[in-house]
Design a protein around this ligand. Structure first.
Ligand SMILES: Nc1ncnc2c1ncn2[C@@H]1O[C@H](COP(=O)(O)OP(=O)(O)OP(=O)(O)O)[C@@H](O)[C@H]1O
Length: 308
């Protein structure tokens, strides 16, 4: 496994603000990797350092095997970058703007820009300043992807674009990965990155709180469960649930008719032991919600009454 991006003990200070505090992270080549964190966590700073738009205060980074500075223009042309705060020249058409970026990016396959514009649904003949925020964002996505670079660095790429276009964007990310590219993308929320990324790093106040696969995060995430059991005895139900790992907040309440019990709780991890335990009773209704990944992440941020 080769590494596309490596941070080694990177710190970045702005006066008394420590935007990054000893970040060490390796992003495998060919992966789709998400950095998530709340406002001010340091996501943009980390990305800007990779592009040599900023230098670390200490520590080092390697991008496609080079230091961002030593890699120079050749390295820059091998990266597609979508900044979080997109500022585009407004008094030209989208087509003219992208032609300008093509001169900077190097080779762009014939028909590639039109294909991307058609798929994302943006009119390249309009003046950029007349486009909506979402349509401007599409131009930003096109300029990042059009030269099919080895590394994509996308800072909150889906900000302002509607869910249908997000689907197209996800397909484009997967296509980039299929041709061997590495994709690094950031977001405030996991729900945005979990659909495309295999791995995520969670950044909080300049430090990596955890790195995890999306799959593992899903396994630690909690889900609300409820069931209605007919003709069961409450103490028997409680006893049978006592041995189920990671089942908490259990409530067993007799329904008004006294014939049924309503069971509620919060389950972490695999639902199999619970399902098997319930199978011993007559189950009139059952609901096991999808794992709440947002809560799992908020726990890690320390904003959910969880670990800080
Ligand atoms: N040029 C700068 N000068 C001073 N402080 C800065 C500068 N750039 C970033 N910071 C500070 O560094 C910290 C990290 O900011 P950064 O923009 O990297 O966070 P972020 O995770 O991208 O946040 P957001 O989700 O709000 O975009 C913040 O406290 C921010 O105020």
């Amino acid at each position: 496994m080769t590494t596309a991006v490596a941070f080694e003990a990177v710190t970045k200070r702005f006066g008394s603000t420590e935007a990054l505090r000893g970040v060490t992270l390796e992003i495998p080549s060919g992966s789709v990797f998400g950095i998530i964190g709340p406002n001010g966590a340091g996501k943009t700073t980390a990305m800007r350092i990779l592009l040599d738009l900023m230098r670390p205060s200490s520590g080092s980074v390697k991008v496609l095997g080079f230091g961002p500075r030593e890699g120079g223009v050749a390295l820059r042309r091998n990266i597609g970058y979508l900044p979080g705060e997109l500022i585009l020249e407004g008094r030209v058409t989208g087509a003219a703007l992208l032609a300008h970026y093509t001169r900077l990016s190097g080779h762009v396959r014939r028909g590639r820009i039109t294909e991307l514009a058609d798929r994302l649904g943006v009119d390249l003949h309009r003046q950029v300043r007349t486009l909506s925020k979402g349509n401007k964002q599409k131009l930003g996505i096109i300029q990042a992807l059009m030269h099919e670079p080895e590394l994509l660095i996308l800072d909150e790429p889906t900000s302002g674009i509607d869910p249908l276009v997000q689907q197209t964007f996800h397909a484009l990310v997967h296509e980039a990965q299929d041709r061997g590219a590495t994709v690094l993308l950031s977001s405030h929320v996991l729900s945005e990155v979990e659909q495309v990324a295999e791995q995520v790093a969670i950044l909080k106040q300049g430090e990596i709180v955890t790195t995890s696969t999306v799959l593992a995060l899903r396994e630690t995430a909690k889900r609300r469960i409820s069931a209605v059991l007919s003709g069961a005895d409450a103490s028997e139900v409680r006893a049978s649930l006592a041995s189920i790992p990671n089942l908490g907040e259990v409530r067993v309440v007799e329904q008004e008719n006294a014939l049924t019990l309503r069971l509620t709780g919060v389950l972490g991890g695999n639902p199999d032991p619970l399902v098997k335990a319930l199978a011993a009773f007559s189950v009139a209704d059952v609901s096991i919600e999808a794992p709440n990944l947002e809560d799992a992440v908020l726990d890690l941020y320390g904003q959910n009454g969880g670990a800080s």
